[in-house]
Design a protein around this ligand. Structure first.
Ligand code: CAA
Length: 388
């Protein structure tokens, strides 16, 4: 399905992920969705296969792979179940990358290594009830107390937050009036055993139902000063840089959902007969299939080109937002086409496309809404023009 030639390693990773996804995820995805329960044993198994340390260098117990390999694997997992894919994306793109790039050697030994081996699951806590798209307006307050920091406030929309072993939390280290804005935010490594850590409301979501999304409440949560990640006041910049990576992961997840929508539609259209022939013979259906295939191929080509650019050390802020926008809108659009092709059967839970439709929607919302991606893209285009 990929347009560009894959290296031997990339093909091997893709085929390993495809087999794992088909055998160990796909058969159970609908049950996990129905029961809104996350298969922690599957996360452990992903760890054993190296899927939770794909971008971490071998010196820290990861696989040290290129970004295209990681995204190929993520797409395969997302075809089988977007809920499993989001855990993989968040873990690989956000907390582990923050520890790798901004952590001390001691922090990498204590947290990054076990995360790379999949023995610890990571989460990322930026948003708050009143700070979503406007992330730098966050209010969770960190106050210095001897050789610790006391964190008070609420974080929301935390993927895997009820079972994560390590959560990178952005909190305000300037005064409560937030005078320093985005420069008054620092990153903290939080573990659930710390006093004052509470898991709050678990969201009852439209889609991605197997992936838990929770609020975290911090009541003077006591975080040792050794758990400050990087420099004080840099937490927002670190989070933004990590989201540049995260958005590639969400794009791969979205492409996986779109591909699952297309594959289900192809099978159904070939088998379903109306007016005495398979509906795949009707041009109205063929055009939908053709548009789905074209949009998926375009999104994947941009994703892999952006991943290669990232691995060359270039900034991917603009192209990352472009591909997150393109892929997520493709996923929602393709899932909608799939429901239409299935007709009434697309609207019920006996067939897979109803779940794909629900799962697709969140890709247009989390890790930056489509509106925020457009804002980032326009800003980058205008600043490029100003530099010319
Ligand atoms: N890389 C590096 N630095 C960046 C950056 C990037 N991509 N984007 C911004 N910055 C820096 C800026 O250069 C600026 O630095 P200076 O102080 O040196 O000037 C600083 O950050 C502040 O930037 P802005 O002035 O652009 O900040 P802003 O308040 O206008 O907000 C925004 C920018 C793009 C709207 C940002 O708030 C944003 O991305 N919002 C969306 C939030 C988001 O994606 N949340 C996802 C939640 S996590 C999640 O969903 C995970 C999950 O579990 C699935």
């Amino acid at each position: 399905m990929t347009l560009t030639a894959l290296t031997d390693v990339q093909s091997e990773i893709q085929s390993l992920a495809r087999t794992f996804a088909r055998e160990e995820i796909a058969p159970h995805a609908s049950k996990w969705d129905r029961e809104a329960c996350f298969p922690l044993d599957v996360a452990r198994r992903m760890g054993e296969l190296g899927f939770l340390g794909m971008l971490i260098p071998e010196q820290y117990d990861g696989l040290g792979l290129d970004t295209v390999s990681y995204l190929l694997a993520l797409e395969e997992i997302a075809v089988a179940d977007a809920s499993v894919a989001v855990l993989m994306s968040v873990h690989n793109s956000l907390p582990t990358q923050m520890l790798l790039h901004f952590g001390t050697d001691a922090q990498r030994d204590r947290f990054l290594r076990p995360m790379a081996r999949g023995e610890m699951i990571g989460a990322f806590a930026l948003s708050e009830p009143e700070a979503g798209s406007d992330a730098s307006s966050l209010r969770c307050q960190a106050t210095r107390d001897g050789n610790a920091w006391l964190l008070s406030g609420t974080k929301s929309w935390v993927t895997s937050g009820n079972f994560a072993d390590v959560i990178v939390v952005m909190a305000r280290t300037d005064t409560a009036d937030g005078r320093l804005g985005s420069r008054g935010i620092s990153a903290f490594i939080v573990t659930p055993d710390l006093p004052g850590f509470h898991v709050g409301k678990k969201e009852d979501k439209m889609g991605l139902r197997a992936s838990p999304t929770v609020q975290l409440n911090f009541d003077a949560l006591r975080v040792p000063a050794d758990n400050v990640l990087g420099d004080e006041g840099q937490g927002f910049i670190y989070a933004m840089r990590s989201l540049d990576n995260g958005r590639l992961g969400i794009a791969a997840q979205a492409i996986g959902i779109a591909r699952a929508s297309l594959e289900a539609s192809l099978d159904y259209a070939a088998e379903r007969k109306q007016f005495g022939q398979p509906i795949a013979d009707f041009q109205a259906i063929q055009f939908k299939l053709a548009d789905m295939g074209s949009r998926i191929a375009a999104a994947r080509a941009l994703l892999h080109a952006t991943a290669e650019s990232k691995d060359r050390g270039e900034s991917t802020t603009m192209h990352g937002s472009m591909v997150k926008l393109l892929a997520s809108e493709t996923a929602m659009w393709a899932a909608n086409q799939a429901v239409q092709i299935f007709g009434g059967y697309g609207y019920v839970k006996d067939y897979p496309v109803e779940k794909l439709f629900r799962d697709a929607k969140i890709t247009e919302i989390y890790e930056g809404t489509s509106e925020i991606q457009r804002l980032v893209i326009a800003r980058e285009l205008l600043s490029e023009r100003a530099r010319r």
